[in-house]
Design a protein around this ligand. Sequence first.
Ligand code: ARG
Length: 466
Amino acid sequence: MSSSEKLQLWGGRFQSGPSATFEAFSGSLHFDKRLVDCDIRGSQAFARALERVGILTAEERAQLVSAFDEMRVEAKEPAFYEGATDEDVHTLVIRRLKGKVAGLADKIHTGRSRNEQVSLDTRLWLRETIDETRALLREFLKELLDLANRHADAVIPGYTHMRRAQPVLWAHYCLAYFEMFLRDDERLAQARARVNLCPLGSGALAGSGFPFDREAIARDLGFDGITRNSMDVSGDRDWALDYLYATSTLMLHLSRLAEDWILYSSDEFGWLELGDGVTSGSSLMPQKKNPDSLELIRGKSGRVFGSLTSLYVTVKGTPMTYNRDMQEDKEPLFIAADQCNGSLAMIAEVAKTTVLKPEAPAEAAEVSWAVATDVAEALARAGTPFHQAHKLAGKLVLYSLQNGMKPADWSAKDLADFSPEFRPEMAALMNPKEGMKSRQVPGGTAPEQVRQALAAAAERLAALQS
Ligand code: ARG
């Protein structure tokens, strides 16, 4: 098709067409074709709305709807896009419609602007994408809980400043991430609620000049309600930013988990054995088993944060209402969705195939002085003021380090000889499993608390699924 016969939705007031440079620069079909199914469904609902306001007869509406039905099937094939040089997906769909129902297609855009249409299409797409992200997140959380439950009694040293701090249960550690990811799910649900409002009827910016029943269009397309201001629809993208923020925070959590497991599966830690299926080897060094899946999750998080930043900057300086800058909202959304959904599927497989070797973290907790806080707190419980108890436990650690002693080397008698404030029962605290039992507060790592938290987590996950 030569440029002069090409379908344009706006050519009337121009004496000459767009330059080739401008066309190539401004076209968005190569990425917004991903919205094609949403564009068609939205147009079907719009045809029904046009019937209700008397622009289309029932027969015309039926003709259009069935032409669109055909198009939905055709749009799944690459041939639908072959040679297409349309400005955007909306133009492509109308051109294809003209090929099917020539004269009638000229009525489909009555009282509609691409400004609201692009908001509609993107909202429809995003609503479905959020559901996919949430479903993948739930799959992963199931695997994470399984991994916690497979080693429910295992003890690891918890870290602060990347130094062994206090003993905790492996399950408690896994549940910490469970909490973070459950908040991510909440954020996605909140983003969905703001996305799931129907903008149709807003026109270009001022509201449509046709008396559409906007609530009826919203119901038709499965929206929870309608947007409240036509200028807001045309000019704002904060609902897209909500998704980018929610996925960024989700990727932040995935990236930190990936970093942990890269470390924990290293020779230096030796806690985790990652499945062969999620690791790769070296072309040169035959012994290598590299955690590439986790490294890529960590790496891809950067692209998602970049998408959030990119859309913030895109929207920041734009005057009310629509500006063409806004076309730049879609690629960040697509990148974030692809990278986030891909990372969730990957981490679920990693969690499923990861094995904890509990002896290694147990030993790390035992040989270090991770029990020192338990000792200080036991002294305080027995009446020694905490600052003095802290100092005494510190002296015990220093003496032990100077003399190459581990906690387990201390008997009740040796402790009493070291200081009379050590009671015989305190010797038991040299085993990390013992002091842990005192952390009985809700949210603590006492085994009883963790057992309850695991059960509650399974219930919370099941509640999300229903
Ligand atoms: N491709 C455009 C976008 O994504 C569609 C809206 C075009 N509107 C306009 N006034 N040029 O934003």
